[in-house]
Design a binder for this molecule. Structure first.
Ligand SMILES: NC(=O)c1ccc[n+]([C@@H]2O[C@H](COP(=O)([O-])OP(=O)(O)OC[C@H]3O[C@@H](n4cnc5c(N)ncnc54)[C@H](O)[C@@H]3O)[C@@H](O)[C@H]2O)c1
Length: 320
């Protein structure tokens, strides 16, 4: 099959593109390199440097589907520059859907996010939980989910939105290199590499066992497998929404301790005040993904996730 991967020069898109190639599919990556890297595009994929808002230039009926990762995804930035998030995430996705309609490409897998839920009322969080995003980033992703639902109903699109919780780890040559980095595991690894003096722990008085926030970390390779399953599970006229997480939370302090064990570095930490909008616990119920996609994550072990991310972090430092 032939797939367009938007955002395939970024972290998650590059890993999924590589999995598609390994499964024997033909892949074209469309990426404007705003946060991605040319080196992130897997060797076997065709590459188009361009914007999703111009997707109509490259989409044609020879494509069997689209995997849509391209987005702006910094929660903090979205609070101070919301217009960028409405323009890129909502405007960009609207243009992509129009191009798909025009080219009669009728299958879509979309990267949604746990940020669509906001502060949870129950944990683990099911897909039926209220969606009350606390940032423009989460709101923009939720708007795209609504857009996709109506596209499926009105025009027969076969669509799956995957709501990722915290993606982590690496897959061989493909891993996380956001700049600025905002995710905990790569930030702690930067301390291990001597690129940062200490890790800040935002709040240690949450109602959790050690007082620090608890998050659900999912290995990027497990996440990639869910995308391949979603392509076959998508049904015309239906929009399936699935959370992707391990259902197991780890606290900020547990992550730091695991990085100490994996890297052998002492990792100094500094306790800072809580950040606004950080829920105490964010853990997914992934029962829908297991049931509807037949998904079975196999890399839930935090030490293994950290070890893969550590290997990747060292490899890109050697490159530079
Ligand atoms: N990484 C996570 O933990 C996480 C969690 C939840 C959801 N997500 C979602 O997953 C997707 C991928 O995240 P990531 O961490 O790989 O981010 P990333 O920034 O590494 O990748 C995004 C890619 O999209 C490209 N891009 C952005 N706007 C574009 C545009 N208008 N046209 C073409 N290309 C464009 C960027 O250059 C980049 O290569 C995003 O949609 C994000 O919202 C990620």
């Amino acid at each position: 099959m032939k797939y367009l991967v938007t955002g395939g020069a970024g972290y998650v898109g590059s890993v999924v593109a590589q999995h598609l190639l390994e499964a024997g599919h033909e892949v074209t990556v469309l990426d404007n390199l705003s946060t991605g890297f040319r080196a992130g595009v897997p060797a076997g994929a065709a590459f188009v440097e361009g914007d999703i808002r111009d997707a109509a230039k490259w989409l044609d009926p020879s494509f069997d589907g689209v995997l849509h990762f391209a987005a702006s995804s910094q929660v903090g930035e979205s609070v101070v520059k919301p217009e960028k998030y409405w323009e890129n995430n909502v405007g960009g996705s609207m243009a992509l859907l129009a191009a798909m309609r025009e080219a009669r490409v009728r299958t879509l897998v979309f990267s949604s996010t746990a940020a669509t839920y906001g502060e949870p009322e129950q944990t683990p969080i099911p897909e039926t939980a209220p969606t009350r995003p606390t940032s423009p980033y989460g709101a923009s992703k939720l708007a795209v989910d609504h857009m996709i639902t109506s596209e499926a109903v009105a025009h027969g699109l076969a669509a799956v939105s995957l709501r990722y919780f915290n993606v982590a780890g690496a897959y061989g040559a493909y891993g996380e290199r956001h700049d600025p980095e905002s995710h905990l595991i790569p930030l702690v690894l930067q301390v291990a590499q001597g690129r940062r003096d200490a890790i800040s722990v935002y709040g240690d008085d949450y109602p959790t066992p050690d007082g620090t926030c608890v998050r659900d970390y999912i290995h990027v390779a497990d996440l990639a497998e869910a995308h391949l399953l979603a392509l076959t599970a998508a049904r015309p006229g239906e929009h399936l929404i699935c959370n992707l997480g391990n259902g197991n939370g780890f606290s900020v302090r547990e992550v730091i301790e695991t990085v100490r064990e994996v890297t052998g570095h002492p990792i100094p930490e500094v306790t800072a005040p809580r950040r606004g909008g950080d829920p105490a616990v964010l853990v997914a119920s992934a029962d829908t993904a297991r049931e509807k996609l037949g998904w079975n994550p196999t890399r839930a072990d935090l030490a293994g996730i950290v070890a893969d991310a550590w290997e990747f972090a060292q490899s890109i430092t050697r490159e530079h």
